[in-house]
Design a protein around this ligand. Structure first.
Ligand SMILES: [Fe+2]
Ligand SMILES: [Fe+2]
Length: 341
């Protein structure tokens, strides 16, 4: 039986805890763009900043990398594979299905590294460096630097955890192409020559990613049947991200309110796209990984997934976007225009 580590006990204790910690209270569901709302955002950023030294996982002991590795346990959840219901996947030999799950865990984490390093960290540096007109950088430099520190720690977390997987599953040589989420943001930035637009696209993608990443992590952090180190690693990350969720909504509100009318309109338009990019099944990455592990009928499986995706209309998740606009205090006229595009 896998021994229960101190962090596991801590997680179990917190899961049973009756009350949410103060920094996790969701007081963001407010309408309008009045001064009270902005004050609430400032208060929330201050509260999160003050609690960082006791809540941030970079300040605590990390996961126990010596946890028993059970080769019979899957590294990832089957239902998170974009082709899990494809008949050719289902009838593949078990060893290939297990290898695909190991690839799924590695890709999940490499995508996390890409989000942290290519989307969120550069956005934090723009705020720290004062590249965003109207953003009171000196007031929030520490808060943003704390978040940046958290993200660097998350890169370490997943590099360590996937290092164990790569070594134990003999996937050290697995190479992944870049992710659609990052590529889509960069393509949009390239269509604009003005640096303020590129920066606002970066910030909008970071805000949306930080709002969505908690849910992305929570599916795996609740999966008790997978490799324990993988679940615990994801749970530690999720805890930090539950604080970032509120922090980046409030930073987004402060950014928005510091912009002029033209910048606001552009920022709101930029916010409406990343949720769609975030939902990408990353089929190019899957195609590369399945081919590298010699998965039977890999090309056919991926081609069918692509055809199925082309056949479906990809819709924006309007309810998530409406909630985000309300949280940021976006004016009604801009909200309606962005949602009707
Ligand atoms: Fe993170
Ligand atoms: Fe984060």
């Amino acid at each position: 039986m896998t021994p229960v580590s101190p962090i596991e006990l801590d997680i179990a204790f917190q899961a049973k805890g009756a009350t949410d910690p103060a920094w996790h209270r969701d007081d963001s569901a407010h309408e309008g763009d009045g001064k009270d709302d902005l004050q609430r955002d400032r208060d929330r950023i201050d509260r999160l900043t003050d609690s960082w030294s006791t809540r941030a996982n970079v300040r605590k002991s990390g996961p126990d990398l010596t946890l028993d590795f059970d080769p019979r346990k899957p590294d990832f959840l089957t239902e998170l594979l974009p082709f899990h219901d494809h008949p050719l996947y289902q009838k593949a030999p078990e060893e290939f299905k297990q290898a695909a799950l190991s690839c799924g865990w590695i890709a999940y984490n490499e995508k996390t590294v890409a989000i942290e390093s290519k989307i969120v960290s550069p956005a934090c540096m723009h705020l720290i460096d004062g590249d965003v007109a109207g953003f009171p950088r000196h007031r929030y430099r520490s808060s943003v630097a704390q978040a940046l520190t958290d993200e660097a720690f998350h890169v370490l977390l997943v590099v360590q955890a996937t290092g164990v997987t790569r070594q134990r599953r003999r996937l050290n040589e697995l190479v992944l192409p870049s992710f659609e989420l990052v590529g889509s943001m960069q393509q949009l930035q390239e269509t604009h020559s003005e640096s303020w637009k590129k920066i606002l696209i970066q910030l909008a993608t970071a805000v949306v990613s930080e709002v969505m990443v908690s849910e992305y992590l929570s599916r795996l952090s609740n999966a008790f049947d997978i490799q324990p180190l993988n679940r615990i690693t994801t749970e530690i990350h999720r805890r930090d991200e539950s604080a970032h969720n509120g922090l980046f909504k409030s930073l987004g509100a402060v950014i928005y309110h510091g912009l002029n009318a033209r910048e606001r309109e552009f920022f709101v338009g930029a916010l409406s796209q990343p949720s769609m990019w975030f939902a990408s099944p990353e089929l190019d990455v899957w195609e590369a990984m399945l081919n590298q592990i010699g998965f039977p009928n890999a090309e056919r499986i991926i081609a069918d997934c692509r055809a199925q995706r082309r056949g479906k209309e990809i819709h924006l998740d309007l309810s998530t976007l409406e909630t985000l606009f309300a949280d940021l205090g976006v004016e009604n006229s801009l909200r309606e225009r962005a949602l009707s595009v």
